[in-house]
Ligand binder design. Structure first.
Ligand code: 6PG
Length: 331
């Protein structure tokens, strides 16, 4: 039975310059997704999607000390670290990485599902809005989502939608009905439920793939991390970290303002095909040092709970962000 279409699917967001239908569910352009193409996508190695000109500047986690390597690689998924002299170089590499994944997924199944966070990540996406990517990416096949959103009107200064729209979405030709934004007329619980219903419909019609464990499996999540190690709106020691029976949930006591937010749950993040964790600046160095360093502690931060079921996590860091890693990268 088809899932009910949520109000997010039917309502229209009116934002300056962009009367945009939210989460349209037309999927007529999709190519059939065979298990063969999925398997192929899972076998793609990190080096094949990493930009060749920066390969010499990259340090794989396998070159970290043994314990760090073991911890970082874990028992699930793959993990890599790329370190850049400047955020400018990081941004250029992130654009190339994203463009290559876009090409791969569109070739394989005719669509590319991309999730973004708020915060400084959006600024680091700026190179995607420039040549050559502006012209070469098949933006019409993109479907964009938010890993978390603040429960505020879309034209509010705190809105992640506004942040992404102003810094990224308004500059690239993604069809507005493929931009899946929060329904800002609803309360936090209502908006979370509405967003999850919208996702369920997109899974049902094949726009978003379903993971082996039954969660939505996005092609790429572009995430930032807070200086306390939070990802999305999943904060250290918060009970939301344990939610497994929801795809999207809500928080009313976020330690980072504003307090009311909706967020993807950890298993949804861990079901992704690819995750780019973008960390720039000295403010992230302590947590990067803990997450990727030698010392193992039981008190895992949210960012340390990323353990992809069957995907690849790549850290994009600048020098400042890795300045507290035990062995400094030799670039
Ligand atoms: C939010 C974000 C959040 C953000 C991190 C990192 O809505 O608050 O989605 O998860 O990504 O806090 O933000 P900075 O990179 O700005 O520190």
């Amino acid at each position: 039975m088809a899932a009910p279409v949520s109000s997010a699917a039917l309502s229209y967001a009116i934002l300056r310059r962009q009367p945009s239908p939210i989460c349209s569910f037309s999927a007529t352009f999709l190519l059939p997704l065979s298990s063969a193409t999925l398997d192929q996508s899972r076998r793609v190695s990190l080096s094949s999607v990493w930009p060749s000109q920066l390969r010499s500047r990259r340090r794989s986690l396998s070159s970290l000390p043994a314990m760090a390597s073991e911890k970082a690689l874990g028992s699930k998924g793959k993990q890599g670290l790329m370190v850049f002299d400047t955020e400018e170089e990081l941004s250029a590499s992130l654009a190339k990485y994203t463009a290559e994944l876009s090409e791969k997924f569109i070739r394989e199944r005719g669509a590319f599902t991309v999730v973004v966070s708020g915060g400084s990540l959006i600024k680091s996406l700026r190179k995607l809005t420039e040549s050559p990517y502006l012209e070469t990416i098949d933006w019409a096949k993109w479907h964009t989502f938010w890993v978390d959103e603040r429960v505020v009107p879309k034209d509010h200064e705190d809105s992640n939608y506004k942040l992404a729209f102003d810094g990224f979405l308004s500059k690239v030709p993604i069809p507005p009905d493929q931009v899946c934004a929060i329904n800002d007329a609803l309360s936090a619980p209502g908006a979370a439920e509405d967003y999850e219903t919208a996702l369920k419909h997109l899974v049902n019609i094949g726009v978003v793939v379903k993971s082996a464990s039954g969660y939505p499996r996005f092609d790429l999540m572009l995430l930032g991390m807070g200086p306390d190690g939070h990802i999305a709106s999943l904060f250290p020691n918060h009970p939301l970290l344990n939610v497994t029976d929801k795809w999207v949930t809500f928080i009313k006591d976020s330690p980072k303002p504003p307090p009311e937010r909706i967020t993807f749950t950890l298993p949804v993040i861990n079901s992704s095909s690819y995750v780019a964790m973008v960390v720039a600046g000295a403010g992230k160095a302590g947590v990067v040092g803990k997450a990727l360093g030698n010392e193992k502690t039981a008190d895992l931060l949210p960012v340390e709970m990323i353990s992809l079921e069957d995907g690849e996590l790549t850290w994009f860091a600048d020098n400042a962000a890795v300045s507290m890693l035990p062995d400094k990268p030799s670039l």
